[in-house]
Write a protein that binds this ligand. Structure first.
Ligand SMILES: [Zn+2]
Ligand SMILES: [Zn+2]
Length: 196
């Protein structure tokens, strides 16, 4: 079984190359919401550096979900570039506290959008961090195509495939779905960071 756990002893200078693909289901922590995830691929390098281990790489995968507008099953890929610093025995809080900025600057100069992740023991387990990344990277809205015309709100015809001839004023199809998809458009808070 593929694993995302790397014993510290295996992480040697200059770096340990990583290229692991694991089933999305294996990634999901117990109790977490289910996603129709395809396999997740983690590639990059894990490099020892002073008191930390730096992972540079990408997390990529795909999600299978009905198109938000026309409900046709759609597969949408995502890729996320990540930089993580795993710090041994760091205090139990995540991230870098604002008031510790000066002390941390030196080590973290080259970490633009990176995160600092404390770890314990003799191995680094990328799995929980990869899962977090996947949750953030999964598109909140899946479209079969940017131009998808959606469903006719009157007769339900898939307007990508047919002209049903109903007399409906369609703007861009965004409100053609009833239910959750429509709700998302009306509640901006639910929108992901990548949307306008
Ligand atoms: Zn569609
Ligand atoms: Zn129609």
């Amino acid at each position: 079984m593929a694993t995302l756990q790397f014993p510290l002893a295996s992480i040697e200078e200059p770096s340990l190359p990583i290229d692991v693909t694991i089933p999305g289901e294996q990634l999901r922590p117990e109790g977490a919401k289910e996603f129709p995830l395809g396999p997740i691929t983690v590639t990059g390098t894990l490099a020892p550096s002073d008191n930390e281990y730096i992972f540079y790489g990408t997390v990529s995968g795909s999600i299978k979900a009905p198109c938000d507008r026309c409900l046709v099953d759609t597969e949408q890929g995502f890729t996320s570039d990540v930089t993580w610093a795993f710090v041994h025995g760091a205090p139990g809080h995540h991230g870098v506290a604002a008031d510790e900025e000066d002390a941390d600057d030196e080590d973290l100069d080259d970490l633009d959008d990176g995160s600092v992740i404390p770890f314990e023991g003799h191995a680094i387990d990328l799995l929980p961090t990869v899962w977090e990344e996947v949750v953030l990277a999964v598109p909140s809205k899946v479209l079969c195509s940017e131009e998808c015309k959606g469903l006719c709100p009157k007769c339900g015809a898939n307007l990508n495939r047919e002209q049903c001839g109903c007399d409906v004023a369609m703007d861009d199809g965004r409100f053609s779905n009833k239910g959750l998809a429509g709700l998302k458009d009306m509640l901006p808070k639910l929108k992901g960071p990548l949307e306008e």
